[in-house]
Design a protein around this ligand. Structure first.
Ligand code: FAD
Length: 287
């Protein structure tokens, strides 16, 4: 079990770029609220193929400038050519952005991998290191329950290792609801000589139907007992949120006690669900 950061946990919050001016203002207010908790960084997602390029840039630079919290753009490589990626790297560097979450991204339907200059995230990490040296701290994605398109667990782990060897500094996992899947994954990484911090990605439970649909597509398993209880609550949002908060808080407690180097919250641009877990765990006092 990786315990290297046991005594200096890192906490981060993820946002998505919004489509409207009002959404952007709301996102900034959420970021300002979360900034009071002194997270290590924020990150902002990116639509593969560049669909949110300008909005991601604006949200990243706007959030970092307004809050002072280092903010990392997600950057995916499928569908963007190398020149576009290099221009983005230069733009971020010129605007004092010094972290990046480097991803393959999910292809827009109808687009094959063969039409992409860069096909996998390890190639993107290599390009960032070749072009920008050590300027950016690079996080990559990791999948304790296996990436849905991977041939098998072992291949997925070896592919994860390629990203580390290409120069990734740390990883953030896909969300999961079983602490054991995380511990097992970290143990297997260690046995392959992968020693970078692997931050559990935490998804607060606030809406069952959305969570269920999304989990299906990204390969995150909702344990049967959690699913059954959430289904039984039907439209009773308060009970869903109360139960979800308890389940996720308990899992986070186990993760931190078991040596996880911190937590990365998928906020979906809402402060309250992540902060409820933060307060339950007294994260401010654990640092
Ligand atoms: P990769 O590491 O390239 O892996 C993709 C698949 O290919 C895996 O099955 C892997 O086993 C296999 N593979 C990897 N390398 C090779 C190789 N060299 N040869 C053969 N097979 C290989 N998506 C977005 O579009 N925008 C976002 O902002 C975004 N943010 C995310 C943040 C986090 C923390 C996570 C966990 C995911 C995020 N995603 C995002 C989703 C992500 O883009 C998808 O899961 C995507 O399908 C895989 O991206 P990856 O970087 O893990 O790809």
């Amino acid at each position: 079990m990786n315990t290297q950061n046991r005594f200096s946990k890192r906490y981060s919050f993820e946002f998505f770029p919004t489509k409207t001016e009002a959404g952007a203002e709301k996102l900034l207010a959420t970021a300002q609220q979360l900034a009071r908790y002194e997270p290590d960084f924020f990150s902002v997602t990116y639509g593969a193929g560049g669909s949110t390029r300008d909005r991601t840039i604006d949200a990243v630079i706007g959030t970092q400038t307004a809050t002072g919290v280092p903010t990392a753009p997600h950057l995916s490589c499928v569908g963007d050519n190398k020149q576009e990626i290099i221009e983005l790297l230069d733009h971020y560097k010129a605007n004092n952005i010094n972290r990046i979450v480097a991803l393959r991204g999910d292809l827009p339907s109808g687009m094959g991998l063969s039409s992409s200059e860069l096909r996998y995230a390890n190639e993107l990490v290599s390009l960032i290191r070749e072009h920008s040296g050590d300027h950016f701290e690079i996080e990559v994605a990791a999948y304790p329950e296996m990436h849905p398109q991977a041939a098998n667990f072992k291949q997925d782990l070896l592919n994860f290792k390629r990203k580390v060897e290409a120069g990734a500094d740390a990883a953030i996992t896909q969300y999961f609801f079983s602490a054991d899947s995380y511990f097992h994954f970290v143990d297997r990484c260690e046995s392959l000589g992968i020693n970078i911090p692997i931050m559990p990605g935490i998804m607060p439970i606030t809406n069952y139907s959305k969570l269920s649909r999304f989990s299906e597509s990204c390969g995150a398993e909702i344990p049967r007992w959690v699913r059954k209880q959430l289904e039984a609550y039907g439209d009773d949002i308060d009970s869903i949120q109360r139960f979800g908060e308890e389940v996720v808080t308990r899992m986070c407690e186990r993760l931190l006690q078991g040596g996880a180097p911190g937590l990365h919250f998928y906020t979906l641009n809402q402060a309250a669900p992540s902060l409820a877990i933060w307060e339950n765990l007294k994260l401010g006092e654990r640092r």
